[in-house]
Every structure is written in structure tokens, then in C-alpha cells.
Design a binder for this molecule. Structure first.
Ligand code: CO8
Length: 258
């Protein structure tokens, strides 16, 4: 067992960068890593100096899935008692935007973790898929649901039932990732995007994330009502006053996050 931390973190202004660091297993996700990831994200969510979380893997692998070694001989009750999905639920509840910097393999749980992120910046070398079918199971952390919402039934069935990998180009064409960038810029471009977002008014940023996510959960009429309420609430923020005054006065706004 290596003593290297399996998660590394650093901050760039209002952007907290978290890097998954298990290179020997292509960043396979185990329970300890997922627990630490959720702990760290919650800490950043509660930290007023952070506006955006940037989650990155390595150039070779974002994450090649859940750690297969941990599951090989597991029984139903082993899997249920580990309750790994509790950590995924915690990540789902993070309010600040999460940018994914994806290079290399994003497979199985790795693809599912990528789909928990809000803006996905993807290297042209990425290989994305849900190959669980090849090892006798199926996606379990949202793959059949979020992938289908993102790319539609026909392509989701193709990916989940054959286990094939999507190229970055295909993923972009079908709305699974936000942008594809040249392989040498996979991290720097994601950081640029995160920094642009971090310069925006923080409450509006969080509210906009919340509202877009509701589009996958609510019927249209309820989603529109939800959006409208959040929109009205923003008129109670100092940043709304500042943003609109700055526009009228033809100057750059100075947002405070209040
Ligand atoms: N788990 C554990 N170890 C892994 C994993 C993984 N998912 N992926 C790669 N590794 C290890 C390999 O065993 C290998 O180790 P070693 O050097 O000791 O032999 C090392 O990483 C490098 O891998 P390869 O030699 O295989 O590298 P290649 O470039 O030849 O192939 C691949 C790369 C295509 C990514 C290949 O490693 C592969 O197919 N990996 C498995 C992908 C996969 O099936 N992922 C799905 C896993 S199941 C899952 O994610 C279910 C999620 C459910 C929710 C989670 C909560 C429980």
C-alpha cells in the first residue's frame, strides 16, 4: 500500500482544486477515497473563500471506475453494509459548481463521478464509458439514469449494453461533456473555466446550478416555478444591485458574494 495521499488539494484564488491520485490503479475509486472526496468537497462548500471546485484526475486517467479489487469476492450484504452510495449522495448535494477536468479514462464509476460534475472539460484523448457489463454487473452510481438523461436512450443503451468507450468527440456531440480541448490543455482550460466562474456573483452561481439540476428532476411547469422563485430571491442580494448598477454606469462590477 502506498503512503501517497489518494487525494491532493490546492487552491487558486476562489477555485479549490482536488486531484484524484491513485496512479497505479488508474485512479480507481474506493470507499476511503470517496469518503475523503465527499469530506473535502463539503469543507469547500462551507468555505466562503471558495466559489468553485475543480475536480481533476491525471492525464492518463480521470478514473477507471470503482476499485474492482475491493468488490471481487463481495456478497450482497458486504456491498449493502459498505453503503458506498452515501458518499455519492453527499457529492450530489454540493451547492457550489464543480468543474471536471477529464483526461484519459472515465469509466464505470469514473464516468458516473464525471456526471456528478456541472461543467465537464474534456481532453480530446478521453475514453468515456460504462463497461461494467464486461465484469458481470451494471452501472450502480447513476450510470443508467444520468447517461440516459444526457445522451438519450439509444446511445445510452449502446454504451451500457456493449461496454464500448465513447471518444471525446462523440461525448461532445451527444451533450455528455461541455467542451473538448487539445490534450495538452486538459487541465489549464478547466482551470480557466473555473476561474471565470469564480469571478461571478457567488449566490447567483449557486442558484443557477441548483436550477439547471432541477431540469432533470422536475416536470417543466414545476421547474419553471422553481426557477422563478430563485430568480426573485436574487433581488435580495447585494451582488444583484451591484451587477445592474455597474452595467448602467458602464463600469466593471465588484461582486462580494453577498
Ligand atoms: N479497479 C482496480 N484496478 C484497476 C481498475 C479498476 N477499475 N482499472 C484499472 N486498474 C488497474 C489494473 O488492474 C492495472 O493494475 P496492474 O498494473 O497492477 O496490473 C493498472 O490499473 C493499469 O491498468 P491496465 O494494465 O489494465 O491498463 P490498460 O491501459 O491496458 O487498460 C483500462 C486500461 C481499459 C482502463 C483497463 O484497466 C480496464 O478495463 N479497467 C477496468 C474498467 C472498468 O471495468 N471499470 C468499471 C469498474 S466497476 C464500476 O465502476 C462500478 C461502479 C459502481 C458504483 C461505485 C460504488 C460501489
Amino acid at each position: 500500500m502506498s503512503d501517497e495521499p489518494h487525494i491532493l488539494t490546492e487552491s487558486h484564488g476562489g477555485v479549490a482544486v482536488i486531484r484524484i491520485n491513485r496512479p497505479k490503479v488508474l485512479n480507481a475509486l474506493n470507499l476511503t477515497l470517496m469518503t475523503d472526496l465527499a469530506d473535502m468537497m463539503e469543507a469547500h462548500d462551507a468555505d466562503d473563500s471558495i466559489s468553485v471546485i475543480l475536480l481533476a484526475g491525471s492525464e492518463r486517467a480521470w478514473a477507471a471506475g470503482a476499485d474492482i479489487g475491493d468488490m471481487t469476492t463481495a456478497s450482497v450484504s458486504d456491498m449493502a453494509s459498505r453503503d458506498q452510495f452515501a458518499q455519492w449522495e453527499r457529492i450530489k448535494r454540493i451547492k457550489k459548481p464543480i468543474v471536471a477536468a477529464v483526461s484519459g479514462f472515465a469509466l464505470g464509476g469514473g464516468c458516473e463521478l464525471m456526471m456528478h460534475c456541472d461543467v465537464i472539460i474534456c481532453s480530446e484523448n478521453a475514453k468515456i464509458g460504462q463497461p461494467e457489463i464486461n465484469i458481470g454487473v451494471m452501472p450502480g452510481a447513476g450510470g443508467t439514469q444520468r447517461l440516459t438523461h444526457a445522451v438519450g436512450k439509444a446511445l445510452a443503451m449502446d454504451v451500457v449494453l456493449t461496454g464500448r468507450f465513447l471518444s471525446a468527440k462523440e461525448a461532445l456531440a451527444h451533450g455528455l461533456v461541455s467542451r473538448v480541448v487539445p490534450r495538452e490543455h486538459w487541465f489549464s482550460e478547466a482551470l480557466n473555466v473555473a476561474q471565470v466562474m469564480a469571478s461571478k456573483p457567488a449566490i447567483a452561481l449557486r442558484s443557477a446550478k441548483e436550477s439547471v439540476l432541477k431540469a432533470n428532476e422536475l416536470p417543466l411547469t414545476q421547474g419553471l416555478e422553481y426557477e422563478r422563485k430563485l430568480f426573485y430571491m436574487l433581488f435580495d442580494t447585494e451582488d444583484q444591485k451591484e451587477g445592474m448598477a455597474a452595467f448602467v454606469e458602464k463600469r466593471k462590477p465588484s461582486f462580494t458574494g453577498r
